[in-house]
Write a protein that binds this ligand. Structure first.
Ligand code: NAD
Ligand code: ZN
Length: 561
C-alpha cells in the first residue's frame, strides 16, 4: 500500500465510530463519511426500512455497493456499519482502500454509549428489549471478522478524544506489511463461513419440499424474521419444555413478536416421558382452545424430545401445520431437528408412533448450548463424531485438533462444526428422505448395537449418544475382525470417543440377554439378517449383512465382561 489516505472504523454499533471518525478527520484534515448515509442514499430508504422490507441479505448487498461507490476517494475517514465487515466484498473494499481500525468495547460500554446518545436511526440488530444480551451476542458473533483489522483499540473507559488520538498515532506509525490484503480479507477459518451469514447454512431438499437450515451464534434473534419470511403465519405457537423455556423462551418469543407474529406458548415437562400420545392430546386441546389455524406455525424450541414431539403434533393437527425447528441441544442440532423424523413413544417402545414430516426451517442457535447440561453436550458429540467418521475426514481432523475448544463452546469453532454437521445430515437426508435402503442407512453407523445397549439399559443407563459411542466401538471392532476396518482407525476412533468423555463400553449391570433381545427387535433389520454399517476408512462406510454371528457374540462378550 502507498501512503494510505483512508481510515475505516469498524466495530459494533454504539461503540462511538461516528464521533471518533469526526475527531480523527479533524486532526488529519480529512473528510468524514458515514457508510450508512451512502447506502441510505443508494437505497432511497432508511436502514431500518431496508432490513424490514428486504431482510439482512439485501441490506448487506446495498452496503457492499456503498463501499464500491466510495472506491477511489481519498482523504477520508469512514465510519462503517457495525455488520459491514461480515460481508466479504465490503471487507475487501475497506482493506484495499486503506487502514482498517476496529473499536472494541464490552457489551456494557456499548449499551451505555448507545443510551447516552440521541438515536435518530434505530439499529435493527440491536432493536428490542434486553439490549445488553443482544450486544453481547452480536460481539460474540462478529468477533472473528472484527479481528480482521490492521489495529484494534480497546475503548472501554476512554474518551472519544483519547480514542481518536490512538487511531491517529497508529496511522502515523504504521509500517508496510506485505501480504496484508490477503491476510485481512481471508475468510476466518478452515471451514465455510457461517457467522452471521445472511443466507442459510444449507438447504435440505426432500420430496415434500425444500427448507433452509440456519446455524449461527445468536440465531434465535432471527427466529422471528426467518419464520415470518418462510411461512404465511399470523400466529406462532411455541412449544418447549420447562428447562429450555426458562433459559431461552424469552429470547425466542421476543424475536417472534418483533417480526410481527402473535405468540402463544406451551411448556411440557422435560424428559422423554413427555413424548407420549397423552401429552400430544393435551397440546391438541391447547391448540384447539387457541383456535390455531392451518396456516399458523408451530415453533419447536428445545432438544430432540421437543423437536420430535412438536414435529409429530404439527404433522397431525389439522392434518399438518407448518413447523419451524429451533433445536437447543447438540443432539437436536446435528441430528433430530433435520430430516423430518417425528414420533412419540408408545407402550414402552421408543418412537413407535410417528410420521415423516419436514419442517419449514431449522434455526439452530449455537449459543443456546451454553446452558445445556454437560452430559447432554457430551452425548451429542457421539453423533458429531459419527458424522465425521462416515462422511468427512476434514471434520474428523478438526475434532481431533480442537476438541477442547469445541467442548468449551468457542463460538466460531462451535458454529462451524455445527454447520458442517447440519450440512452432512442435510445432504444425507436430501439423498434419501425416507431411509429406503439408500445413504440414510449410513447414519446408522454405531446404531445397530447402540440401540440395543440403549434399550437394554432402559433408556436411562445410557443416553442415545452414549449408546452410539459404545455401538461405534463395537462396530469398529467387528469391522476389524471381518477384515474391513483398519486397526489404526479402530484406535483413532476410540481415542476421540474417550477424549470427548463418552463411554467406550456399556455400564456394569447391562443384561446380556436384553441386549440380544433388543438386537432382534431393532427396526433397522431388513429381511435377510442383521445389517451392519462398517468403516473401510474415514468417510468410507459400507453396509453389509455378512457378519458371522459368532463375531458379534465375541465382541459382545468382551464389551460386557
Ligand atoms: N428425529 C430424529 O431423527 C432423532 C434423532 C436422534 C434423536 N432423536 C430423539 O431426540 C431425543 C433426545 O434428544 P436430546 O438429547 O436433545 O434430549 P432432550 O430433548 O430430552 O434434552 C436433554 C435435556 O436437556 C435439556 N435441554 C435441551 N436444550 C437445553 C439448553 N439449551 N439449555 C438447557 N437445557 C437444555 C432438556 O430439557 C432435557 O432435560 C430423543 O427423544 C430421541 O428419540 C430424534
Ligand atoms: Zn442417533
Amino acid at each position: 500500500m502507498g501512503a494510505p489516505t483512508r481510515i475505516t472504523l469498524t466495530g459494533v454499533f454504539g461503540v462511538g465510530k461516528t464521533t471518533v471518525a469526526n475527531l480523527v478527520a479533524r486532526q488529519l484534515g480529512w473528510e468524514v463519511v458515514d457508510a450508512d448515509d451512502v447506502l441510505v442514499s443508494i437505497a432511497g430508504k432508511e436502514v431500518a426500512a431496508i432490513f424490514e422490507e428486504q431482510g439482512e441479505a439485501a441490506f448487506r448487498e446495498t452496503e457492499a455497493e456503498a463501499f464500491r461507490q466510495m472506491e477511489g476517494r481519498s482523504g477520508l475517514v469512514v465510519a462503517a456499519g457495525g455488520g459491514a465487515p461480515v460481508n466479504a466484498d465490503s471487507r475487501r473494499s475497506m482493506v484495499e482502500a486503506g487502514l482498517v481500525v476496529c473499536l472494541k468495547a464490552t457489551p456494557e460500554t456499548v449499551v451505555q454509549r448507545m443510551e447516552a446518545k440521541d438515536q435518530h436511526r434505530p439499529r435493527p440488530m440491536l432493536a428490542g428489549d434486553n439490549a445488553l444480551a443482544r450486544a453481547g451476542r452480536l460481539l460474540d458473533q462478529r468477533a472473528a471478522v472484527y479481528a480482521l483489522a490492521d489495529f484494534t483499540v480497546d475503548t472501554d473507559g476512554m474518551t472519544p478524544e483519547e480514542i481518536a488520538d490512538e487511531v491517529v498515532r497508529f496511522y502515523q506509525t504504521r509500517g508496510e506489511r506485505p501480504g496484508r490484503v490477503e491476510q485481512l480479507t481471508r475468510t476466518p477459518s478452515i471451514l465455510p463461513p457461517v457467522i452471521d451469514a445472511p443466507n442459510a447454512t444449507t438447504t435440505i431438499r426432500t420430496a415434500s419440499g425444500e427448507y433452509p437450515a440456519f446455524v449461527a451464534w445468536g440465531a434465535l434473534e432471527r427466529l422471528g424474521d426467518i419464520t415470518k419470511r418462510i411461512t404465511e403465519a399470523r400466529r406462532a405457537f411455541l412449544i418447549s419444555d420447562d428447562a429450555v423455556m426458562g433459559q431461552w423462551g424469552e429470547t425466542a418469543i421476543a424475536s417472534l413478536r418483533e417480526a410481527g407474529l402473535e405468540v402463544a406458548s406451551h411448556t411440557i415437562p422435560s424428559g422423554d416421558a413427555s413424548k407420549s400420545l397423552g401429552q400430544a392430546a393435551e397440546v391438541y386441546d391447547w391448540l384447539a382452545s387457541q383456535r390455531a389455524e392451518r396456516r399458523d406455525v408451530i415453533v419447536a424450541l428445545g432438544g430432540g424430545m421437543v423437536n420430535d414431539f412438536s414435529g409429530f403434533v404439527a404433522g397431525t393437527y389439522l392434518r399438518g401445520m407448518p413447523v419451524v425447528q429451533a433445536p437447543t441441544s447438540l443432539l437436536a442440532m446435528v441430528d433430530a431437528s433435520i430430516g423430518g423424523k417425528t414420533a412419540v413413544n408408545h407402550a414402552g417402545a421408543k418412537n413407535i408412533v410417528g410420521l415423516f414430516y419436514q419442517p419449514k426451517a431449522v434455526v439452530a442457535d449455537a449459543a443456546t448450548l451454553k446452558t445445556l447440561p454437560k452430559r447432554a453436550l457430551v452425548e451429542g458429540m457421539g453423533e458429531v463424531i459419527k458424522h465425521a467418521l462416515i462422511r468427512d475426514p476434514e471434520l474428523l481432523a478438526v475434532l481431533e485438533a480442537r476438541l477442547d475448544d469445541l467442548m468449551a463452546l468457542e463460538p466460531e469453532l462451535t458454529t462451524q462444526v455445527l454447520a458442517r454437521n447440519v450440512q452432512i445430515k442435510g445432504s444425507v437426508v436430501s439423498e434419501d428422505e425416507r431411509e429406503t435402503g439408500g445413504v440414510r442407512e449410513l447414519l446408522n453407523y454405531g446404531h445397530t448395537l447402540g440401540h440395543a445397549f440403549e434399550a437394554a439399559g432402559g433408556y436411562e443407563a445410557l443416553l442415545h449418544g452414549e449408546a452410539v459411542a459404545v455401538g461405534m466401538i463395537a462396530a469398529a471392532e467387528i469391522g476389524r475382525r471381518v477384515g474391513i476396518t483398519p486397526e489404526a482407525l479402530v484406535h483413532r476412533q476410540r481415542a476421540l470417543i474417550e477424549r470427548a468423555g463418552l463411554p467406550t463400553k456399556p455400564p456394569a449391570g447391562i443384561d446380556r440377554a436384553r441386549v440380544t433381545a433388543a438386537l432382534s427387535l431393532d427396526k433397522k433389520i431388513v429381511a435377510g439378517g442383521q445389517r451392519w454399517v462398517l468403516l473401510e476408512d474415514v468417510g468410507r462406510p459400507i453396509v453389509t449383512s455378512d457378519v458371522p454371528k459368532d463375531v458379534v457374540e465375541s465382541v459382545l462378550d468382551e464389551l460386557l465382561a
